[in-house]
Design a protein around this ligand. Structure first.
Ligand SMILES: [Zn+2]
Length: 346
């Protein structure tokens, strides 16, 4: 209901030319919109997680809107420098992708490249070294594939009934059980993958086929190097996609992530994105100690020259957003009207 009212209001503002006035205003020129994307579907991932995946056709439409509306898509580093110097061009935008999944290589990058837009990838690196599907994601995806049924062979995997696959929350409870069990038993990446393969077998899913297609895989080292050489900007997203609450472990995540990116890209990453959008005040001095100069959240908003550089907002664009909502954020109307709804971080 609220969403329909929001869309109708944005439509009216667009029709009467108000959106364009805001887009070309001095107010908007002093602000930067950082777009956040995650995965682009290879198959049906957007139906499983619409807040995480979008179809390639939707991404193409978004990029066409950026071209048609003559938004100024800037490289992240340059945009942040110009934001501080208060000399951004009109309608400035930055495009970022989180995680660096292999669907970025195959589906998203070719589209972004065809538009000539610069792009930043916040790359997590553990699963880049270890070329298997991301454990929690692949478990969740496979359970979704068998949604509506019961997992009869769950006890063989150490799972406690009821193993109802009918709702998202009941499926996520099973994923949590699997993750807790893996952590309690200190399973290695390889052992977790064996567990995922056993779950696939219990669900009668062809796990080898999933591996062949590299569904839910992070880009491998060769793909990262190739894209870095082609001009993609790779930045920090924690080695194991986590932000521990103690300083030594937190900084180790940054350090390991940076080490790998340095060797793969021949550049020194200094921009960070909080995994799952989760941040705490104590992270800020730890990031500064690691010479990180910017960090992005999943809080919706436009960045201003006064925004803390380690707490930069972003608009998380998903399949659930309409084109009119997307344009509302590009123009600045959505932020101006305080249509700020907490984006669900992934
Ligand atoms: Zn992430």
């Amino acid at each position: 209901m609220l969403r329909n009212i929001r869309r109708a209001t944005l439509q009216v503002l667009r029709s009467c030319g108000m959106s364009r006035l805001v887009a070309n205003s001095r107010w908007r020129q002093q602000r930067l919109l950082i777009l956040c994307y995650h995965g682009v579907s290879q198959e049906d991932e957007h139906l499983w997680r619409p807040n995480l995946y979008m179809e390639p056709t939707v991404l193409r439409q978004r990029l066409e809107i950026l071209q048609r509306g003559k938004y100024d898509v800037l490289p992240l580093n340059q945009a942040l420098e110009q934001l501080r110097a208060r000399n951004l061009p009109p309608r400035s935008v930055v495009i970022t992708f989180d995680d660096g999944m292999c669907d970025f290589y195959h589906h998203a990058y070719p589209l972004v490249k065809s538009c000539g837009f610069p792009v930043t990838v916040y790359q997590t690196t553990y699963y880049s070294d270890f070329q298997k599907p991301v454990f929690n994601l692949v478990c969740s995806y496979m359970l979704w594939k068998r949604r509506g049924s019961l997992l009869n062979k769950g006890a063989e995997l150490g799972l406690k009934p009821p193993l109802d696959l009918s709702t998202e929350s009941s499926r996520e409870k099973i994923v949590l059980q699997l993750m807790d069990d893996a952590e309690a038993r200190h399973l290695s990446g390889g052992e977790k993958d064996v567990l995922a393969a056993r779950l696939a077998s219990a669900l009668e899913i062809d796990y080898q086929d999933l591996l062949r297609k590299r569904l839910l895989h992070v880009m491998n080292q060769q793909e990262i190097s190739e894209l870095a050489a082609a001009g993609v900007d790779f930045q920090l997203h924690a080695h194991r996609h986590r932000t521990p609450m103690d300083e030594a472990s937190f900084r180790k995540e940054i350090h390991e992530n940076r080490q790998r990116l340095r060797s793969l890209t021949n550049s020194d990453p200094v921009h960070f994105c909080y995994p799952s959008g989760e941040y705490h005040w104590q992270f800020l001095p730890w990031l500064e100690a690691e010479n990180v100069i910017s960090a992005t959240t999943c809080n919706p908003g436009l960045a201003t020259p006064g925004t803390h550089p380690l707490l930069l907002p972003r608009f998380v664009d998903t399949s659930a957003r309409s084109a009119i909502e997307f344009e509302g954020w590009l123009d600045g109307v959505s932020a101006l009207l305080a249509f700020q709804r907490a984006a669900k971080p992934e």
